[in-house]
Design a protein around this ligand. Structure first.
Ligand code: IMP
Ligand code: MG
Length: 191
């Protein structure tokens, strides 16, 4: 197939569960390039180990890593929080642990979204106990006014209103992760 200009995309799919687009594809991509440049500068001379938090962070991590002009390594962990579909309970369980040893590594945790901050606070404690030389967090989205614990983020993509959002890795009952933009979810379970 011959490569061509990307097609113009509709702002949101014709799906009654999808509300307004909060961050469109071009805005996402340009902010991610900025984050990549900043990380490249900050980690010069080091080989950061990117730790992606599955599943939500996989799309962001893939684009972010390609915007970092350094040798990087990847690992992933999966966590689950008990509770209702669109709320975090604060009780976090590791479903898949890392493969790599963090001793003396410069670890950069890549998260999709910080809501209450409880997931991140748990992860930070857990990963710090493994003796990395540094541990920082890059979160694509941070919800305004919902943090119940201080979440000290080295890199933040966007601050957004406290609505439930989907797209670009984020799901509602496992759907919508492949939308190339972030939009408000107004479907079942959102109210
Ligand atoms: P926290 O522990 O309350 O900060 O929640 C963090 C996790 O909850 C994220 O990693 C997401 O998996 C999920 N989450 C929080 N808000 C949203 C949202 O608006 N859409 C999709 N997932 C969300
Ligand atoms: Mg989720």
């Amino acid at each position: 197939m011959v490569a061509s200009q990307p097609e113009h995309r509709e702002p949101a799919r014709h799906d009654p569960a999808l509300g307004r687009v909060i961050i469109d594809e071009a805005t996402l991509q340009s902010r991610i390039r900025e984050l990549g440049r900043q990380i490249t500068k900050d980690y010069e001379g080091r080989v950061p180990l990117l730790v992606g938090v599955l599943k939500g962070a996989f799309v962001f991590m893939s684009d972010l890593a390609r915007a970092i002009e350094l040798p990087v390594e990847f690992d992933f962990m999966a966590v689950a929080s008990y509770g209702r579909a669109t709320r975090t309970s604060g009780v976090v369980r590791i479903v898949k642990d890392l493969d790599l040893d963090l001793t003396d590594r410069s670890v950069l945790v890549v998260e999709d979204i910080v809501d209450s901050g409880l997931t991140l606070s748990y992860l930070r404690k857990n990963l710090l106990a493994r003796n990395p030389v540094s541990l920082e967090v890059c979160a694509l989205l941070v919800k305004e006014g919902t943090q119940r614990v201080e979440s000290d983020l080295a890199y933040t993509g966007f601050r957004i209103p406290p609505d439930f959002v989907v797209g670009y890795g984020l799901d509602a009952a496992e759907r919508y992760r492949n939308l190339p933009y972030i939009c408000v979810y107004e479907g079942p379970g959102s109210g």
